[in-house]
Design a protein. Structure first.
Length: 363
């Protein structure tokens, strides 16, 4: 073999330097031939962002979206309670819950369209149905829910007015579809309460993304709090039995889901849930939820106690939605909440024996 042929098998000088530099920077000492130890020349890299700028782009959403998140929960839970009143023979609870569902979903749609800027943008989302898009699926869920809630609420309004709405022959049709419409709205109540959590978790926002598995349970429980609280405020205690039961279940679910979510999240990504404005709101949310649940359980048959407990539950639900929303925005503004969880996941994979090739290929 000639010298030129031999050189062709040797690594190039830059490649050799990179390989040797990687060994020196691996954090291990090695013998240099004379018995001494060679110190690492390349320190462990410190990851940061460019001039401390955010790594991910913060979601371009304001308070209009946070209000929509809350009102969507109120509407969903109210439709579920409306079905409870329908099936258990509680006409006042049924009426108030149906009207609450329509009012909440209508107001929520206004805030959603306000954030979108133009109403036709919402209609454009209905042109296709994409299972992999939470926004697309959510638009159809909202539309289907609104149809059932609207029909059942109009039937209640017509009944309250003494059948004076100008419906003509459509009144018989309305009475015939009133019950099925109430059931249809209740069927879509759960998806309506949960899809907004999926929408948040599907973004690159660190805290929302880290909580994507448990956040739907938090939002569904929060919807139970809101709707039960509103029913306890607007309905006589003689008919609020289902609302009180839903309130107690909602409190247990809300507190448990939040604790499990925080426990399973990366500790760094969970920090915004306990700091600043978001931390204050979530702390008070838990306190008010527990107080409202105890009031519903122990004193819910007293009208004043029921109303006060209902207001506490409503406020707790709103603070939960606004707190989670604000925590996500705060996590996107600080690059630390993006970089450090990534480093922690990489370290955990390496500790589990996952090689670099496996990480690259996703195995």
């Amino acid at each position: 073999m000639t010298l030129s042929e031999f050189d062709s098998f040797r690594p190039s000088e830059p490649a050799r330097r990179r390989r040797e530099g990687g060994k020196r920077g691996s954090g291990r000492r090695r013998d240099s031939g004379d018995g001494s130890r060679e110190m690492p020349m390349v320190p462990e890299p410190e990851f940061t962002s460019y001039y401390g700028r955010p790594v991910v782009k913060p979601a371009p959403w304001g308070d209009d979206v946070a209000i929509y998140l809350f009102l969507g929960g109120v509407a969903a839970g109210s439709a579920f309670l409306g079905l409870g009143g329908q099936l258990t023979g509680r006409p006042v609870l049924r009426r108030n819950a149906r009207l609450s569902a329509l009012a909440a979903v209508g107001a929520g749609a206004v805030f959603l369209v306000k954030d979108l800027g133009r109403p036709e943008r919402f209609l454009h989302m209905l042109r296709t149905f994409k299972v992999t898009s939470p926004m697309s699926v959510g638009s159809w869920i909202l539309s289907a829910f609104s149809a059932g809630a609207g029909v059942s609420a109009v039937a209640e309004i017509d009944r309250m007015s003494g059948n004076r709405l100008p419906l003509g022959p459509l009144r018989k049709v309305l009475k015939a579809v009133e019950g099925p419409a109430g059931i249809e709205a209740a069927v879509f109540a759960g998806p309506l309460a949960a899809y907004t959590a999926v929408l948040l978790g599907d973004t690159a926002t660190p805290t929302w993304n880290a909580a994507h598995e448990e956040l739907p349970f938090v939002f569904v429980s929060s919807a139970c709090l809101a709707s039960a609280g509103l029913a306890m405020v607007t309905t006589p205690v003689s008919e609020t039995g289902p609302a009180r039961n839903l309130a107690v279940l909602g409190v247990l679910g809300d507190v448990a889901a939040m604790k499990v979510m925080e426990h399973r999240m990366d500790p760094v990504a969970a920090e915004p849930l306990h700091q600043g404005k978001a931390g204050t709101m979530l702390k008070w949310s838990e306190r008010l939820a527990v107080a409202g649940g105890l009031g519903a359980l122990l004193g819910g048959r007293n009208r004043m106690v029921a109303a006060a407990s209902g207001l506490a539950l409503l406020t707790a639900s709103a603070l939960t939605r606004f707190g989670v929303f604000e925590a996500g925005l705060a996590s996107a503004r600080d690059p630390r909440y993006t970089i450090e969880p990534q480093k922690n996941r990489l370290a955990a994979r390496r500790a589990a024996g996952v090689t670099g090739d496996s990480i690259t290929t996703g195995s």
